[in-house]
Write a protein that binds this ligand. Structure first.
Ligand SMILES: Nc1ncnc2c1ncn2[C@@H]1O[C@H](COP(=O)(O)OP(=O)(O)O)[C@@H](O)[C@H]1O
Ligand SMILES: [Mg+2]
Length: 257
């Protein structure tokens, strides 16, 4: 059985179908980029992987079990979006990130000293060591985003969910964060699901690029049908989707979105 297995997944809110018949298999360690039009259900899909929402129909298995409700390292999923605690300093946020999944949700003694050293190491890597004792609200948007990503990554989760993580970053910082994420992923072998609206970023970082789109469309009732995975591109080796006899151009993909 594959590491992440999604079978005939549906999600509807009231009589609005958001997602329908989503099927996908992901091997452990794969980096999955997800693209698709705004509002087509990409964040909803991540929330279901996080067990924050139950599907209307269908199933998700992560390492053979249901998605874990509490983040934990074994079958844990960390979502970059909600991770930063406003009442903790930047350093303490990274220390807290390492206590997820511990028995008491807190670290003591030697473990705490090690967590502090790890936090400082991470802060240096992401260029936030000079603001270690500040609170998140005092940081710029880009710095807050880097902190959120670092906090999610520091727990070395087996599954990492990133929802448009680099959106607010300037191009230089974005490239730095790409390199940082790629190095961490090589080191940990974690499985990543990343939603992005930047196709180039999706192909650069992802092993696969999944396109979410509505295969059925009722012009009189645009909310009648949900989206599903309409393309599953192989993005390894420079993004040539070898399973396609006629490799789609960027324009084809853009048109499909
Ligand atoms: N809890 C909810 N109740 C009702 N509608 C929701 C809820 N969450 C999301 N939606 C709707 O589901 C659709 C998909 O949302 P979302 O997953 O955020 O899309 P995306 O991330 O692809 O932009 C949107 O139309 C949104 O308004
Ligand atoms: Mg979204």
């Amino acid at each position: 059985m594959s590491f992440v297995q999604v079978r005939d997944l549906w999600q509807a809110y009231g009589d609005r179908s958001i997602l329908e018949r989503v099927n996908v298999d992901v091997a452990e360690g794969e980096f999955i980029s997800i693209v698709g039009a705004s509002g087509c259900g990409k964040s909803t899909f991540l929330r279901m992987l996080l067990a924050e929402e139950r599907p209307t129909r269908g199933s998700i298995r992560i390492d053979g079990g249901e998605p874990a409700l509490e983040p934990n390292r074994e079958r844990g999923v960390v979502f970059q979006k909600y991770s930063v605690f406003p009442h903790l300093t930047v350093r303490d946020n990274l220390i807290a990130g390492q206590s997820f999944g511990t028995r008491w949700g807190a670290l003591f003694g030697g473990a705490k000293a090690a967590a502090r050293a790890n936090a400082d190491d991470m802060l240096a890597k992401i260029g936030l060591n000079h603001v270690a004792d500040q609170y998140p609200a005092s940081l710029s948007g880009g710095m807050q985003q880097r902190l959120a990503i670092a906090q999610a990554l520091i727990a070395k989760p087996r599954v990492l969910l990133l929802d448009e993580p680099f959106g607010a970053l300037d191009p230089g910082t974005r490239v730095q964060m790409h390199e940082f994420l790629q190095a961490l992923r090589d080191e940990t072998g974690m499985t990543v699901f990343m939603v992005t609206h930047d196709l180039e970023e999706g192909f650069k970082l992802g092993d696969r690029v999944l396109v979410f789109d509505k295969p059925r469309w009722d012009p009189h009732d645009p909310g009648a049908y949900g989206a599903t995975i309409t393309y599953d591109f192989d993005a390894r080796d420079g993004g040539i989707p070898f399973q396609h006899l006629n490799p789609p151009t960027t324009k084809d993909i853009t048109d499909a979105l």
